[in-house]
Ligand binder design. Sequence first.
Ligand SMILES: Cc1ncc(COP(=O)(O)O)c(C=O)c1O
Length: 487
Amino acid sequence: MTRINLDVQPDRRQRAIRRVRDRNIIIPTFAQMKNPELIPNIVKEKLRNVGLWDVNPLNLFRITWKNEQVSHGGGFGGVNFIELPSSLTGTPARVIGLIGKWFPTGAHKVGAAFGCLVPRLVTGQFEPSTQKAVWPSTGNFCRGGAYDSALLGCESIAILPEGMSRERFDWLSKIAGEVIATPGSESNVKEIFDKCWELRASGQDLMIFNQFEEFGNYLWHYEVTGHAMEEVLRKVMGPRDEYRGTVSATGSAGTIASGDYLKQVFPSSKIAASEALQCPTLLENGFGAHRIEGIGDKHVPWIHNVKNTDMVVAIDDNAVVSLARLFNEPAGLGYLVRQGVPEDVASRLNLLGFSGISNVLSAIKMAKYYEMGEHDIVLTILTDSMELYGSRLHEMHEEYGEYTELDAAAHYAQYLQGASTDNLIELTYADRRRVHNLKYFTWVEQQGRTYEEILAQWHERDYWKDVQKQVAEIDAAIIELNEAVGL
Ligand SMILES: Cc1ncc(COP(=O)(O)O)c(C=O)c1O
């Protein structure tokens, strides 16, 4: 059965082709995003004059983990990643994070948005000349969606909670056609869904790209992030090293799909999902508000392959905001260097946004739980960087005053060296079913998914493989559209 609807609507597709041609747009394939060596030289040459965040359709080709780390005119290299030393993490295990900062918009969510939008565009299901693309989000997905929409020449509506960082709103107001702020903060996802229903009922001609249920999001990460992670492993793994697992916060549960790919390549590896301790939905069916921007919760995303998830980890948001100061204030960085953290690592800790810090803490807990040693590797994701949280640092400075060496020592000891295996469970079969069952209340009761499908997700052997296989079909449809456009 097809999970991503690829039925072609010929008339609308013709109009999409005209639109794409008029705007000189070439759409990259998943294969090119995985491997930019496949990008035509003419595109690479033109990119020499294009900034990383510019609203220029050529930047569709920069939806890749392999961008050169420059803000203007960059080419492509290897996957961007950073390995964090044990002087920082307190575990001998090798903790490696893929870096999201070097995507356009400063976060990898442009990829998730591409994965949702492009299959609809190339089949003619979404018509860019008349329809608006709606991007419900806790922040970066709607930034990515609004950005991709602008590159592809369509109107967009961004939806995000009013409590998200000022940087997100400032930038969105310049890119999205409309920005809707829903009540609450990070974990108020239900309010976002309610707004979507309101928009559906409004009679406007729009298409909602709900990242929490769109398999294009799952697929982009399975294929592009999964392969990027594998490349990192092939590069860094010595003969005695072992890849032990991936850990990722589940905002929409797109990123964690990379673990599904890696588990197929390394069958003994594990997948851990993390969330905020102040909103422990996966851990204990809990709820609450938290400050780890981007990772939502109070529901289980439809596209989370829970049966394949081995562990749940909850991270205290106090640890995250405190480490954000440690990693970015001069007194914090000075202290870290004196503890043996190499200067070139300390100077790059601003690559970790709030959820990146949370992911690293989750990786440390996972490593400690499985008693990993120096030859064990844990992968995680640094979705965005501190570039999007400057206002938060400023607010903390106002509230708590100067960051001192004493603060640094306390935070380093408590949250890094002292990280423990509390608030963590290794999921049994029954635990996984308990988490999966939570989907019912959001998706079947509220959001129109069927009873049959929630059972199929759990019981059908090939349910997730059917999504994974669709990448070839989507790439073929992209190539066909590009050929019809004839640029
Ligand atoms: C900053 C940040 N971190 C983590 C995530 C979670 O990633 P995913 O939605 O792929 O689970 C998001 C999602 O929007 C995010 O914006």
